[in-house]
Design a protein around this ligand. Structure first.
Ligand SMILES: Cc1ncc(COP(=O)(O)O)c(C=O)c1O
Length: 207
């Protein structure tokens, strides 16, 4: 670091890796086209975006068309929570999250609750783990979303996502996991975890 201090907050964000910088440099300097433009500069940018989408899908065991680029983890989490409900019929919707989710899940929950959405916050045990049975007990006929993080940003506790996703699936409920602290640190495969939606954050893995 320029001031001689030691940076130890890599869970908050990471510097861009030299190989990522090399890969990105042409697109920042000369290959700056709008990927929606139909002339060669735009088409080359579009090819690069689609290649990135494919590589990310491969990294997390998803299909290419399932990858959506947003500004970061907070926007993704907000989009999941707010995208699941129709606020004109807010009281028709019930959501389950854990008490230890990141603020980018908990704050949208408060926003939705103020507008009439019902939300249950699941407790964790002494090691910070969610009990899947507690999640199942809270399910109601109008539960539209369960969102439980994969790895916690403060304790590092890994949640039993595979078990919870099975419960969600058996009730036909959409399941989201915030994997912002997991991808790049442990192997994560969206398909074998059985999740419908997953948040990841490139700036936490040197991208
Ligand atoms: C678990 C978790 N989810 C979401 C976020 C938010 O991600 P971003 O900083 O990309 O908005 C963070 C950031 O620290 C996080 O740790």
């Amino acid at each position: 670091m320029p001031d001689g201090s030691i940076y130890m907050d890599y869970n908050a964000t990471t510097p861009i890796a030299p190989e990522v910088l090399d890969e990105m440099f042409p697109y920042l300097k000369s290959e700056f086209g709008n990927p929606s433009s139909t002339y060669p500069l735009g088409i080359r940018a579009k090819v690069a975006v689609e290649r990135a989408r494919e590589e990310i899908a491969k990294l997390i065991g998803a299909e290419t068309q399932e990858i959506v680029f947003l500004s970061g983890g907070s926007e993704a989490n907000n989009m999941v929570l707010k995208g699941m409900v129709d606020l004109k019929r807010a009281s028709d919707f019930h959501i389950i999250v854990s008490k230890i989710e990141h603020p980018s899940i908990l704050n949208p929950c408060l926003y939705l609750m103020e507008r009439g959405v019902e939300i249950d916050f699941i407790d964790v045990d002494g090691s910070g783990r969610v009990n899947p049975e507690d999640v199942e007990r809270k399910i109601k006929p109008n539960t539209c979303l369960i969102s439980i993080m994969l790895a916690n940003n403060e304790t590092g506790t890994i949640q039993p996502i595979g078990e919870i996703s099975k419960i969600a699936r058996s009730h036909g409920i959409v399941f989201h996991t915030d994997a912002a602290q997991a991808v790049g640190k442990i192997e994560v495969n969206a398909n074998s975890l059985g999740v419908d939606l997953m948040t990841i954050a490139g700036h936490k893995l040197y991208a």
